[in-house]
Write a protein that binds this ligand. Structure first.
Ligand code: GLA
Length: 383
């Protein structure tokens, strides 16, 4: 673990931190909007991470510094029950509130973060912040929860404190990521089914649409309601259905007439994604990169036409990838409605691919895209 935050902390606060945690951002490789439908996702933790340094202190007042911009936010442990609009420490306060609900009180502290996870870009900077706070608190306040409980606590921050109905994917991947591997996650049993090696000779390139992805203001909750509604109606035909996870493509087709058109389209995306994750994992395991890449494109197509969570910028980035050498497949990744696309690209030409994509995107749209050749890292840790 690189503890790059510790010297900043010492410099600024005159004393060493008691603990430093590190939680990475995540990439959803395949399996879009399947997590809250108790489904399957192939994801990864990235090399970019948030570090959280902490030192306890007496009293009730806490400080949180952001070493990226030098700002400091103060709050009182007795006044954190409701989030403050636009305050990044909401994700830290939310963790404290959720710990309290579970019977764990924490004392005052000076905390600080340093992060390389891009903000509002679909790599889940908020989950990285939540999980880094969780692991820092666990260390200095002696709170013992297992990984999936920490993930649920982080999710509860989003669902109950921030008011966004997101699934478990982001926090779970930030905790369970494995270096150079993809993790095959089951969100019914909430565990990692197995890890799948990144195809050798390939990397993930992230191309940012630069369209601000803000789940709080997005249609995420509406999509989720539609999926849950579809599952409820399908249960009338198939009593064994408790979530879209239980619906096969054939079942959906047989019962399609019972669903409103919009709910049918949303369900078709999720059912198709679950199926693609299963087929995608076996394609990777037999080394069939071309088949896997095709599934990435199919996933994007389904986002465009069924789930309607893409945007013209993401569509353009994905389309351009088909005309550039070295790319096996691409799709939007994460919540959608902006944010990022991921591209599975031959490692040897990844830098060149990024340059070509930027130029082609500029020529086509007059706009800029930012690209990152991502490394795949381990999940969260604390020292
Ligand atoms: C966001 C949410 C996740 C997941 C993805 C879509 O990242 O936070 O829980 O639903 O969107 O797959």
């Amino acid at each position: 673990m690189t503890e790059s935050i510790a010297p900043f902390f010492k410099n600024e606060l005159g004393t060493k931190p008691e603990a430093v945690s590190r939680a990475p951002g995540r990439l959803e490789i395949l399996g879009n909007h399947t997590d809250y439908n108790e489904g399957l996702v192939l994801s990864a933790a990235v090399g970019q991470a948030t570090e959280f340094a902490i030192r306890r202190k007496p009293g009730r007042k806490c400080t949180m510094r952001d070493f990226r911009d030098g700002s400091t936010v103060e709050f009182d442990l007795d006044h954190i029950e409701t989030p403050v609009r636009g305050d990044w420490t909401n994700y830290v306060k939310g963790v404290i509130v959720q710990l309290r609900k579970r019977g764990h009180e924490i004392g005052a502290f000076d905390g600080a973060i340093l992060s390389t996870v891009p903000l509002s870009a679909g790599m889940s900077s908020s989950a990285a912040l939540e999980i880094s706070a969780c692991f820092a608190f666990s260390k200095v306040f002696g709170i013992k929860l297992d990984g999936s409980e920490w993930a649920r606590l982080g999710q509860a921050v989003e669902n109950q404190y921030m008011g966004v109905g997101t699934g478990l994917l982001d926090q779970f991947s930030s905790i369970y990521g494995k270096k150079d591997s993809l993790i095959y996650c089951d969100f019914r049993t909430v565990n990692v089914l197995r890890t799948v090696k990144m195809p050798s000779g390939f990397v993930i390139v992230v191309a940012n649409s630069m369209i601000k992805h803000n789940l709080v203001d997005s249609e995420y909750n509406e999509r989720r309601a539609s999926c849950e509604n579809a599952a409820r109606i399908l249960k009338k035909t198939y009593p064994e259905v408790n979530a879209l996870r239980d619906v096969s493509p054939e079942m959906l087709e047989n019962a399609s007439k019972s669903l409103a058109k919009r709910d049918y389209m949303r369900a078709a995306h999720v059912v198709g994604e679950n199926d693609r994750v299963i087929r995608g994992v076996s394609a990777l395991e037999r080394g069939d990169i071309a088949a896997f890449g095709k599934m990435l494109y199919e996933s994007h197509q389904s986002s465009m036409s069924n789930f309607e969570n893409s945007c013209p910028e993401l569509d353009c980035l994905v389309e351009l990838s088909t005309s550039l050498p070295g790319c096996a497949g691409a799709r939007l990744s994460g919540g959608g409605f902006g944010g990022i696309s991921i591209h599975l690209v031959e490692a040897a030409t990844a830098q060149e691919y990024c340059e070509r994509l930027k130029t082609a995107y500029r020529l086509r749209t007059g706009k800029e895209t930012e690209t990152i050749v991502c490394s795949i890292g381990d999940g969260a840790s604390v020292t």
